[in-house]
Design a protein. Structure first.
Length: 503
């Protein structure tokens, strides 16, 4: 007769198999416990876990959703068996520069190799998953000790820290690991957040190391958990709002567009900037719903403004995840049609690093957006590494010079040289140039002299609510000549644009 301890370990592993493989395989595992003993049952359970279906096409690892299902099942089994488990949260150090320097194709190849190494490092029966862009998680079951988990973390750091060979080029990165135990460190709902907090503690220690969760990290974990919980409910509670910052034609002073910038009006924290909540949205899979809401509300607001006599292009930002959504173009076209907005009066801004992706999904989205007549802009230009041959093939109509160059254009000859080169390059390719982050008159004068087509920044206006922008326009038109009429005349959905130049 199998020992109670061995049977409990098998049941814990079997519950994990249930989450991954379904009830049929679990029944087979449990039957093996009764008929063939715990050793054979353990082998069957491990085989079931290895055979689990995966949804992440890049790494062939389980996704975050599958991991959370497995974690829930494993926690329940540990409660029954009175055992512990360990959750390791793994984040790659220095991965973003790989995408920026070598392109997303090489970055994807690195991630594929990371997935292969994680599978080889993890034990049979443990669960490893890709839970974010360059974030992974490892679930260690079987009542592991702190010393044993520390050894696992050390193997992870050493294994993932070896150079990655991409097209005869060695690429070096490291990883940071955060570790949390159940039930030692709290309930199921807090495990991922606390493991994440421990991982960030490892990063703050310089990276390429591991940290165990400690109660002192609760502030970070609680902060993220509270923000995540609030973010899940923010759309339903109407706490999201778009602020708008005007773009100004450099020669005529007329308003050409307003860029929509997402803000979170938190009931107790006040206005939360996107730099705080967007990383959380991306990490926990909420960027899709937020992006869809931005598309809808920006088109709705464009119609409200037009009905009040204010006609201009509205710009929204598309993330890398949105560019990979199969239905993103259809969503945008449906919103434009619903509010009777001409496609060319919507700008989709895509960062240079995303625009340079040569993935099939991104290229297809670019092509379909261009065919739909939507105005396309490449944002943060100058911070990435563009392929000129690829750039000239994109259906983009404008480049936005990153604010870091604009900020130094008065004092730095290098910054002026970069801006001058970008302007000449863009004009040679038939593209308009927008300079963002303009804050002083001298910056404005230099940029106009260099031939920038549009300007955006605090010198003209800070981001403001839709109502404030309408009032700002009305007040300025009534009191001074500083606010010029929009370049866009009466334009109805389906009609051609006026002959006046549209920047």
């Amino acid at each position: 007769m199998a020992s109670a301890s061995a049977t409990r370990q098998v049941l814990c592993a079997a519950a994990l198999a249930l989450a991954l493989c379904g009830m049929g395989l679990l029944a087979a595992v449990l039957l093996a416990v009764l008929r063939q003993g715990p050793r054979r049952a353990t082998e069957e359970t491990h085989r079931a876990v290895r055979a689990a279906p995966v949804a992440d096409s890049l790494t062939q690892l389980p996704t975050r959703v599958q991991f959370e299902e497995g974690l829930t099942a494993a926690v329940a089994a540990c409660d029954v068996a009175q055992q512990r488990l360990a959750l390791l949260f793994i984040d790659l150090d220095g991965f973003k520069p790989i995408n920026d320097t070598f392109g997303h194709s090489d970055g994807d190849r690195v991630l594929q190799q990371v997935g292969e190494r994680l599978r080889s490092i993890s034990r049979a029966g443990d669960m490893v998953a890709r839970v974010g862009g360059d974030e992974f998680a490892l679930l260690v079951t079987g009542h592991p000790s702190q010393e044993a988990v520390a050894q696992v973390a050390t193997r992870l750091i050493e294994g993932l820290g070896r150079p990655y060979t991409i097209e005869d080029r060695d690429i070096a990165i490291s990883c940071s690991v955060g570790i949390v135990f159940y039930p030692d460190s709290g309930g199921r709902a807090k495990l991922l957040a606390r493991a994440d907090a421990a991982m960030y503690a490892a990063k703050r220690s310089g990276g390429s190391c591991h940290c165990f969760y400690s109660p002192e990290m609760d502030a970070d974990a609680r902060e993220q958990f509270d923000l995540l919980r609030g973010l899940r409910e923010a759309l339903e509670r109407h706490e999201m709002e778009l602020y708008y910052q005007p773009k100004i034609d450099a020669r005529s002073g007329k308003v050409t567009a307003a860029e929509a910038l997402l803000r979170w009006k938190h009931p107790t924290r006040g206005l939360v900037p996107p730099s705080v909540f967007i990383p959380i949205a991306e990490r926990f899979g909420l960027i899709g719903p937020l992006g869809n809401w931005v598309i809808e509300d920006a088109c709705r607001q464009a119609r409200v403004w037009r009905d009040n006599g204010l006609r201009m292009r509205v710009a929204i930002n598309l993330s890398a995840q949105q560019m990979r959504q199969e239905d993103i173009v259809q969503r945008i076209e449906s919103a434009l049609e619903r509010y009777h907005i001409h496609p060319s009066l919507l700008t989709c801004e895509i960062t240079e690093s995303v625009a340079m992706e040569d993935t099939k999904a991104t290229q297809e989205t670019f092509r379909r957006l261009g065919e739909a007549g939507i105005h396309l802009s490449i944002d943060d230009f100058g911070t990435g590494y563009s392929s000129l041959s690829y750039l000239r093939k994109l259906p983009a109509e404008e480049l936005k010079i990153d604010h870091s160059f604009v900020m130094d254009v008065e004092s730095s000859a290098d910054a002026r040289a970069v801006v001058d080169a970008v302007v000449k390059l863009a004009h040679a390719l038939g593209l308009h140039v927008v300079a963002e982050g303009v804050e002083t008159l001298r910056q404005c004068q230099i940029l106009v002299e260099m031939g920038c087509d549009e300007l955006q920044g605090y010198l003209f206006a800070k981001p403001m609510s839709a109502r404030a922008l309408l009032q700002w326009a009305i007040d300025d038109k009534a009191q001074s000549a500083s606010f010029r009429e929009s370049l866009f005349g009466e334009t109805l959905f389906g009609e051609t644009l006026p002959t006046e130049r549209v920047a």
